[in-house]
Ligand binder design. Structure first.
Ligand code: PMP
Length: 388
């Protein structure tokens, strides 16, 4: 990084010229170059990026910090890897609206392919949806405690936004979203709290906002929640977003999708094709098809996680934690006595990773992903040492 601003070399030069020593021609040139060098920064889009959870990659760690699924993807996904054609890789992938994956999802949800939009993880889908639907002057609305990517997208796309506080029990108050706005987005169940809103309340928000788009981010819906998908028959302003990253164990493949009215999906495709047409690659789509087909495996994985979550509720309560009832593959817990940061550090020293945010209202909470029973036992043992 030699020569860049902030480099010790440059700083030494600055000090030297500031010591009363007359400037040489070379010194003058240096200063001129320095002054013009940073000019380009004025034209840079400056953003504070989203901070994902740590991804340590060491054997033996217990990773409960990014809500990944602890079980492998459906067995036929492995078989599909064997069938991948290297010759097929010469060609561009199919258009997103015409892929086998789009058709598989349409069949699974009993909707036309014109109601499905696929993307590189639901982050890509949500980001496209922000860019497409939140283009008005009024602020969009989302909860104060929620997925921390929403304000980042709003900032990067220059979308005005306001947050609405969750109540004391971390619940979304539907009335807060029934005032004039430029659009609404919220996860259900919410993240990182795991709190689920009933379908009637979701409908209340969608119905009160017929003049804007309401995005329901259902990243965690398969762990016991009730999806807003049935509302799609009645509301053309509703976009439901889901992902393969959690319940289908494919976070590394990056597949997300949205289901909505054909009009909404058309607008999404128009924007997507104006940015980058081919984002999902051929192997990912082939493997995604298999993950959707194996419904028995999918259901059994979700059931296992729900069972482990029930046991985790008992164990964490026994250890002195409190938490709202979670409908996600995680629990958002706070200890009655020991500060969250202390527990977080202690667990990390023991190679157990959970998620901690040093943020107002939630800085005494830990979000603990539900892992295998074995991983959870390791967690309870470590927690007993510090909280027991
Ligand atoms: N929405 C919520 C609420 C999430 O927690 C996440 C995971 N970080 C996502 C969307 C994005 O997940 P992905 O891009 O892996 O589909």
């Amino acid at each position: 990084m030699r020569g860049l601003p902030g480099n010790p070399c440059r700083n030494r030069m600055c000090k030297r010229s500031g010591m009363g020593i007359p400037m040489t021609e070379t010194g003058k040139k240096d200063r001129k170059a320095r002054d013009s060098r940073m000019k380009w920064e004025e034209n840079v889009r400056k953003v504070v990026p989203y901070t994902p959870g740590e991804q340590p990659d060491r054997p033996g760690i217990v990773k409960l910090n990014t809500n990944e699924n602890p079980y492998p993807p459906a067995p036929d996904v492995a078989a599909a890897i064997e069938r991948l054609s290297t010759d097929r890789m010469r060609l561009y992938p199919a258009f997103p609206e015409q892929t086998a994956l789009t058709e598989e999802l349409a069949g699974y949800y009993h909707v036309g392919t014109d109601r499905i939009f696929i993307g590189v993880g639901s982050d890509d889908v949500l980001s496209m949806a922000f860019m497409t639907f939140f283009h008005g002057d009024r602020p969009i609305l989302f909860p104060d405690i929620t997925y921390s990517f929403y304000d980042v997208w709003a900032e990067v796309y220059g979308i005005p936004y306001e947050t609405r506080p969750l109540d004391e029990q971390f619940r979304i108050r539907p009335a807060d979203y029934c005032q004039p706005n430029g659009g609404v987005v919220f996860p259900n169940p919410n993240a990182p709290t795991g709190v689920l809103m009933g379908l009637d309340q979701v409908e209340e928000i969608v119905a009160a906002n017929r003049d804007v788009v309401v995005i329901v981010d259902e990243a965690y819906i398969d762990f016991g929640g009730v999806s807003a998908l049935p509302l799609l028959d009645r509301y053309d302003n509703l976009l439901v977003v889901q992902t393969f990253s959690k319940s289908r164990s494919m976070a590394g493949m990056r597949i997300g999708y949205a289901i909505g009215s054909p009009q909404l999906i058309r607008y999404l495709h128009d924007v997507k094709y104006s940015v980058n047409s081919y984002t999902l690659n051929y192997p990912t789509m082939e493997l995604g098809v298999e993950a959707v087909r194996d419904t028995a495996y999918f259901t059994s994985c979700c059931d296992k996680i729900i069972q482990t979550r029930t046991r985790a509720e008992e164990e964490l309560t026994r250890l002195g934690f409190t938490f709202p009832k979670s409908y996600g593959n995680f629990i958002f817990a706070s200890h009655k006595r020991v500060p969250a940061r202390e527990i977080f550090e202690h667990l990390k020293e023991n190679d157990i990773y959970v998620r901690y945010w040093n943020k107002e209202r939630i800085d005494n909470h830990l979000r603990i992903t539900i892992g295998t029973d074995e991983q959870m036992e390791a967690l309870y043992t470590a927690l007993t040492a510090i909280c027991g």
